[in-house]
Design a binder for this molecule. Structure first.
Ligand code: ADP
Ligand code: MG
Length: 368
């Protein structure tokens, strides 16, 4: 049997672990055309979950239309419109219809035509210049509204935080205005930069305020990992110890991508024991050395000190005078400033205590 563990792209089939509740929750939102803000730190499984749910919609023959748009790397409203239009091949595979649609919307544009190698669906990309983009936005979104008159549809904007970079007047407001009118459409706004997204949706001064139900994607529970890993190993007639899986999951702090990496490397080993777990843990941190070095080098001295302080105090009581002094910092305001920047960079998060998001980065700092 081939190694079923995979960590370089979205996972599906046997490589996908559980998330039953999340799938059902999303299906409920989709069926009821309720908008959702799905967020988590990166590599926690948002995109994989979305694809899984899309597959379910097909399997259950719901007839609900599906559009997935990856906004990662889009820089302008023009990019957004192109990405949006490029996705219409997912609901309309008749090239002629697509072309007509394009001609109606982009009256003065040229088009490039291609086939998406991943999905084999046609893609028509408009090549247009300035013009009245606000009108284009409305018209391109109108396609979704028209479609939803015939059947329900779910539209996913992945890496939605990217739109906060578009340096253009009132884009959020204009987008909200059209989306708000769409009744039989479920919009899923997915993204990984929690502070940007929560600000966008939870602050009353912003356009997307209360436009979607907030759905933070959590890590996967240990018990789910245990049955999943056990089953995969059983297929090659290996009975892997529950304690061993538990330990590996603990080392990775339940982070799905690291767990996939962990078991990917464990798959071909003969002696499955605790010693091996430690060995793989060390290797995993080593493998990321360059990435972590770059990240570390990009931080200011106070940010580095603050990270070390978070680790030392397990994220608690970091504003105590002796903690501040012990970390070689001068004042609480220095820490506040560093915490703020580290949060914006998505390196740390705060729930009941501060924590470093990337568990292996945390372990790497501990080594310093
Ligand atoms: N349900 C899951 N079961 C097992 N591994 C998962 C699951 N979801 C995600 N992963 C792991 O995490 C990695 C990143 O997943 P991805 O869906 O791209 O996350 P995100 O979109 O949040 O960045 C995958 O390559 C895979 O290794
Ligand atoms: Mg993703």
């Amino acid at each position: 049997m081939d190694n079923p563990f995979s960590y370089t792209s979205i996972v599906s089939g046997d490589s996908f672990c559980n998330r039953e509740k999340e799938q059902n929750d999303l299906l409920k939102y989709i069926n009821n055309s309720q908008n959702v803000l799905l967020y988590s730190h990166r590599r926690l499984g948002k995109t994989s979950l979305i694809y899984r749910v899309f597959k379910k919609l097909d399997e259950e023959k719901t007839g609900i239309g599906k559009i997935y748009i990856d906004l990662y790397g889009t820089l302008t409203e023009k990019d957004f419109i192109s990405a949006m239009f490029g996705s219409f091949g997912q609901i309309e595979s008749r090239v002629e219809k697509l072309l007509n649609l394009a001609k109606n919307i982009f009256r003065s544009a040229r088009f490039s035509f291609s086939v998406d190698p991943a999905t084999n669906l046609p893609t028509i990309t408009p090549v247009f210049d300035s013009g009245d983009k606000s009108l284009l936005l409305e018209e391109v979104m109108q396609v979704v509204a028209d479609y939803s008159k015939k059947r329900k549809i779910v539209v996913v904007f992945d890496e939605f935080q990217e739109i906060s970079n578009y340096a253009v007047d009132e884009f959020e407001k204009r987008l909200r205005k059209v989306i708000q009118k769409h009744k039989d459409v479920c919009y899923i706004f997915a993204g990984s930069q929690r502070h940007i997204l929560t600000q966008m949706f939870n602050s009353s001064s912003r356009a997307f305020y209360k436009l979607a139900e907030t759905y933070p994607l959590e890590k996967i529970a240990t018990s789910h990992y245990i049955s999943w890993v056990k089953k995969l190993f059983a297929e090659k007639k290996v009975d892997i110890d529950k304690e061993l899986i538990e330990r590996a999951v603990q080392v990775c702090e339940n982070h799905p991508m690291y767990i996939q990496k962990f078991f990917f490397h464990l798959w071909d080993e003969e002696e499955l024991d605790m010693e091996l777990i430690s060995k793989i843990e060390t290797q995993l941190i080593d493998r990321h050395e360059n990435e972590f070095l770059n990240l570390w080098d990009s931080l200011t001295l106070n940010q580095k000190k603050t990270l070390k302080l978070i680790i030392q105090n397990a994220g608690k009581d970091i504003f105590y005078a002796d903690a501040i002094q012990g970390a070689g910092l001068k004042s609480g305001s220095q820490i506040s400033k560093a915490l703020d920047s580290l949060t914006k960079k998505d390196i740390i998060s705060k729930n009941d205590r501060y924590d470093i998001q990337d568990v292996m980065f945390k372990k790497w700092i501990q080594r310093l």
